[in-house]
Design a protein. Structure first.
Lengths: 78, 131
C-alpha cells in the first residue's frame, strides 16, 4: 500500500488516498470523482495515462496534481 | 592530587534543557496543517478583479503572463514576448499576437480552471525547450 496526496490544482484541495499495487490513474480519478481530470507529478512531468499503473510511478507519501484537460490549439492549429 | 574540586555550579539553561529532553524521550509530534491553496496562488499569481498576473514557471525560466477570466467562464491566457524556442515549437501557430509583444495562447480544449491552464502552458513551454 502507498499513501498519496492528490492536489486538485484548481482549488488547492488535498485528497489523501491509499492505493494498492496495480491501481491505475483512472482508478484514482474515478474514486475521487474527478472525471475530466488528469494526474501528473507536476507541470513539467507527463500526464499519467488512465490505464497506467499509478502505483508503480509514485513514491509512498508523494504529492501529485489533478488538473483538468486542456490542450493548446489542437482543434484549430494542429 | 592532580584534580582539585573547586565547587559546583548550575549548568546553562540550554544544556539543562537538552538533558531534560533526553530523559523525557521524544516529545509529541506537532501536527502541521497543509496549505490548501490553488496552484495559481501557490505559484505567485495575483488576482485583481477578473485578471490574474504572474509567471509561467518552468525549469527553463519564468515567463511573464496574464490571464483574463470572462464572465462566461471562458479563460484567455497571454504570454509576453515568447522566446525563440517557443516560436520554433509546432504549436507556435496557436499563439496570436495581440500587440506590444503580448500573445494570446489559443486553447483547442479549454481548461476548466485557471490553474489547469497555467499547468498546460508551463508544460508546453517545457516541451518547446526540450524538443
Amino acid at each position: 500500500m502507498k499513501k498519496l496526496s492528490v492536489v486538485v490544482a484548481g482549488t488547492g484541495q488535498i485528497r489523501d488516498v491509499e492505493i494498492q499495487p496495480g491501481t491505475t490513474a483512472g482508478d484514482i480519478l474515478h474514486q475521487l470523482n474527478l472525471t475530466d481530470y488528469l494526474l501528473s507529478k507536476g507541470p513539467n512531468e507527463p500526464f499519467f495515462a488512465a490505464a497506467e499503473s499509478a502505483y508503480d510511478k509514485v513514491k509512498d507519501g508523494e504529492k501529485i496534481f489533478a488538473s483538468t484537460k486542456a490542450e493548446v490549439g489542437v482543434t484549430v492549429c494542429a | 592530587m592532580r584534580v582539585k574540586p573547586l565547587g559546583t555550579r548550575t549548568a546553562p539553561a540550554s544544556i539543562r534543557d537538552l538533558f531534560s529532553r533526553v530523559r523525557r524521550g521524544q516529545t509529541p509530534a506537532i501536527s502541521v496543517q497543509r496549505r490548501q491553496i490553488p496552484y495559481w496562488q501557490e505559484h505567485g499569481w495575483t488576482l485583481e478583479g477578473t485578471v490574474y498576473t504572474g509567471t509561467y514557471q518552468t525549469p527553463h525560466g519564468s515567463f511573464q503572463g496574464w490571464i483574463e477570466q470572462e464572465r462566461s467562464g471562458h479563460i484567455n491566457f497571454f504570454l509576453y514576448n515568447p522566446s525563440l524556442e517557443i516560436r520554433r515549437h509546432s504549436h507556435w501557430t496557436c499563439f496570436q499576437h495581440r500587440g506590444s509583444d503580448w500573445y494570446l495562447v489559443h486553447m483547442g480544449q479549454q481548461p476548466k480552471d485557471v490553474s489547469s491552464g497555467i499547468i498546460t502552458i508551463e508544460r508546453l513551454i517545457t516541451e518547446a525547450y526540450e524538443s
